[in-house]
Design a protein around this ligand. Structure first.
Ligand code: AMP
Length: 439
């Protein structure tokens, strides 16, 4: 899904994508120094200097230029990457530039929702540490003294940092008015969903202006977070630090088979025939036609399967998934489209019959196994048609300490040599231009 700019990826290990439909925008260049981002805001620079930071962290370098342009952002990054300042600094500037802010301090302009009281307090700590132009922040969270929090809100507030349950309670009882929020942060969105806060978030956001700017952070990028982003962010850009869902990758033993298009079939037959009675596998294919072909081939061979792809009726898809979940059927053939949000906890194997469109999808697919503390196994067949992905795949395998087949290394080398040759040819052609053809 994500597109990489080589420089970004090599220097910062960042991948990014524009999630806007239609024509994609150019992603702003990363800010390599604090000056690049904040030279027009001396107070921000002073605070950074006081903190003694040397340079922006990778996520900051790519997030700041996006958020400062007013674009919605999803940052996929863990705690410890500097993600809090990614949204706080631009948030301060955003608030300071709002014409309606002054004199309306009973109506906050920035809201940060966090899953836990600990994180809320930590964010408030950062807010105070880098306090900007006297903006006042208040932290409200469940378990804290409600009356004191109400009193703090009464004194006037520019920034609310809150856990969803308590804020929803104060909102319903008219202790806080969220109608002027123009800058919203959903921090650690994956955790908020895991903790079941979605209904409260929904209610809170009913009061927040739809034309606000929104920043969301999440340590992982599962379907549920994807869905949340689709509902609450407008044409966002997404920035990932590191590889997606590496936790899942490290719990999966990844096997790679370099083969030919013809032999792919026999490799898979052998695998399916040798499955034990407790194994459960998802076989990923690239297209619906392949799914259908494979399904009928296996049914003819008396192998019980289910299939999931976009052309099947919703009812059939639900039934197929149900049969797979309960274990009535232990082989599921799926396309990537249908596999989104597939959460079956006891999948033992992922079989990539076709390699996916890109490496992120590969990581996503193999994360369907090895879940919730279990280990899993993935098998991926690659043919010479897949040589473009070989070097990225080697990267993933290296990071997860997996063995790398010789054939994959030579595939990557061949592709690199091929690219260099084409680049040379292009260079040779450029100065002279193409010779004119006479027919
Ligand atoms: P966070 O990921 O937001 O929880 O931040 C983790 C820690 O990194 C916090 O203590 C920040 O103060 C610190 N930090 C934030 N930005 C930088 C930076 N550019 N250089 C060094 N440390 C930073």
């Amino acid at each position: 899904m994500a597109k990489n700019k080589v420089g970004r990826k090599e220097n910062f290990n960042i991948t990014w994508d524009d999630l806007k439909d239609g024509e994609k925008r150019t992603i702003p260049n990363p800010t390599c120094t604090f000056d690049d981002a904040f030279q027009c805001y001396p107070e921000v620079m002073e605070n950074i200097k006081k903190a003694g930071f040397q340079k922006p962290t990778p996520i900051q370098s790519q997030a700041w230029p996006i958020v400062l342009q007013g674009i919605d952002l999803i940052g996929v990054a863990q705690t410890g990457t500097g993600k809090t300042l990614c949204y706080l600094m631009p948030g301060f500037i955003h608030l300071d530039l709002q014409p309606t802010l002054k004199g309306q301090r009973n109506r906050p302009g920035m809201l940060v929702l966090t899953p836990t009281r600990e994180l809320a307090l930590q964010v408030e700590g950062e807010c105070c540490k880098y306090s900007y132009k006297g903006l006042r922040s208040v932290c409200v969270y469940g378990g804290g003294n409600r009356d004191e929090q109400i009193e703090e809100l009464r004194k006037g507030v520019d920034i609310i940092i809150a856990t969803p349950g308590r804020l929803n309670d104060l909102q319903m009882n008219n202790f806080v008015n969220l109608k002027n929020i123009t800058y919203l942060v959903l921090d650690e969105a994956d955790k908020m969903l895991d903790m079941g806060f979605e209904p409260q978030i929904m209610k809170i956001l009913l009061d927040v202006r739809p034309d606000r700017q929104t920043v969301m952070t999440s340590a992982t990028w599962p379907h549920s977070v994807h869905r949340l982003a689709q509902s609450y962010l407008k044409e966002p850009m997404i920035v990932y630090v590191g590889t997606l869902d590496l936790v899942a990758v490290s719990s999966v033993k990844q096997n790679i088979i370099v083969t030919t298009e013809e032999e792919k079939w026999s490799h898979m037959h052998t695998f399916l025939q040798n499955m034990s009675s407790t194994d459960k596998v998802i076989v990923f294919v690239s297209r619906k036609a392949v799914a259908d072909h494979l399904s009928s081939d296996l049914i003819l061979g008396n192998i019980s399967i289910e299939s999931l792809h976009g052309d099947r009726e919703q009812r059939d898809r639900e039934k197929a998934l149900e049969n797979f979940k309960t274990g009535k059927v232990r082989i599921l053939i799926a396309t990537d489209l249908a596999s989104r949000g597939l959460d079956v906890h006891d999948v033992t194997h992922v079989y990539n019959f076709d390699f996916p469109r890109n490496i992120e999808e590969y990581v996503h697919r193999i994360g369907r196994t090895g879940r919730a503390g279990r280990t899993g196994v993935s098998i991926t067949t690659l043919t010479r048609n897949d040589w473009r992905v070989a070097s990225e795949l080697i990267n993933i395998l290296e990071r997860a300490n997996q063995s790398i087949p010789e054939e994959l290394v030579s595939m990557a080398e061949r592709f690199k040599a091929h690219q260099q040759k084409r680049e040379m040819e292009r260079k040779m052609e450029r100065p002279q231009g193409r010779p004119k053809k006479f027919h």
